[in-house]
Design a protein around this ligand. Structure first.
Ligand code: PDD
Length: 284
């Protein structure tokens, strides 16, 4: 049985899902996306993802073709139609198909595409072993707070990481880590302070980052929101990444050097457990 996808009101087999070659997502990367996790057939922290979708489209003056409640309904329909237990729901909205012209087209309906992916995030092997990260220069544009489909810099960053045998890239700007290729970056210092860069135009405001920080705070873990350097990360007690597609994943190696003992640290492991509990308890 093939996967069922959604395109502009149509539900059908993913192989038959089509958008025009004139779609502005294809021609200009003129679009926004979101990724929500699914556990036991239910959406994780999804309202935060939909709120960020709304903010992102607003920042580029792109009207959503459907209301957020309707988008949530479609997400749930796709989960049901695909019998999705554990995985991800992908949403992409672009400024639609029109004759190629940089200026916004008039009277064109935005394109809304959605599909599901199977992924066992909770039992990912990498959560037990930890992952290796490679640093790369952050060559992205100046509005990284917008979840734009213009992901070429991240494609190149993650490809360079993969070629070096790493599972994620940490992007470096002015000597400090901005964030991961598709995740937020954290370290735990030797004096037990959790450090992650503050939200700004320089990074995507991660939904998982926000939830993990709130959960850590409730447990009296000290947090500092500021940039950190690679040297600080290498001297850290622990490091980890957060994202909808990995939850909390320990980082045990950075540019070939181990962080602490080179095994997942207790705080990263605990925050992962706590996040999974939170995710299940608040799933929708
Ligand atoms: N990426 N930073 C970047 C650059 C990201 O692309 C992502 C998510 C995050 C984490 O955000 P969140 O916790 O809201 O998922 C941070 C998604 C998963 C992706 O591109 O597949």
């Amino acid at each position: 049985m093939s996967r069922i996808a959604y395109v502009n009101g149509w539900f059908g087999p993913l192989e038959e899902a089509r958008v025009s070659v004139l779609d502005r997502g294809f021609l200009f990367a003129d679009g926004i996306y979101e990724v929500s996790a699914v556990l036991d057939g239910r959406l994780i922290d999804n309202d935060a993802h939909l709120a960020r979708l709304q903010r992102s489209v607003g920042e580029i003056d792109l009207p959503l073709p459907e209301t957020l409640p309707r988008i949530k309904e479609i997400q749930k329909q796709l989960i049901a139609q695909n019998d999705l237990v554990d995985g991800l729901v992908y949403i992409q909205v672009t400024r639609g198909a029109a004759e190629r012209d940089f200026v916004f087209p008039k009277g064109v309906k935005p394109t809304l595409v959605m599909f599901t992916m199977v992924k066992d995030i909770v039992n990912a092997a990498a959560a037990k072993t930890g992952i290796a990260v490679k640093t790369v220069p952050d060559i992205r544009w100046a509005r990284r707070d917008i979840k734009s489909v213009a992901l070429l810099a991240q494609v190149l960053a993650k490809q360079a990481a993969a070629e070096a045998g790493c599972q994620e890239a940490w992007m470096i700007e002015d000597g400090a880590v901005t964030e991961g290729g598709s995740s937020s970056a954290f370290i735990l210092t030797q004096d037990d302070v959790l450090v992650t860069r503050q939200n700004s135009n320089s990074i995507l405001p991660g939904c998982t980052r926000k939830a993990v920080m709130a959960l850590a705070e409730e447990r009296q873990i000290r947090i500092e929101e500021r940039p950190f350097t690679v040297a600080e990360a290498l001297a850290a007690k622990e490091a980890f990444i957060t994202s909808a597609s990995s939850f909390v994943q320990p980082v045990v190696k950075l540019d070939g050097q181990t962080i602490a003992s080179g095994t997942p640290g207790p705080i990263a492991r605990r925050l992962r457990e706590i996040y999974v509990e939170f995710a299940r308890a608040t799933a929708d």
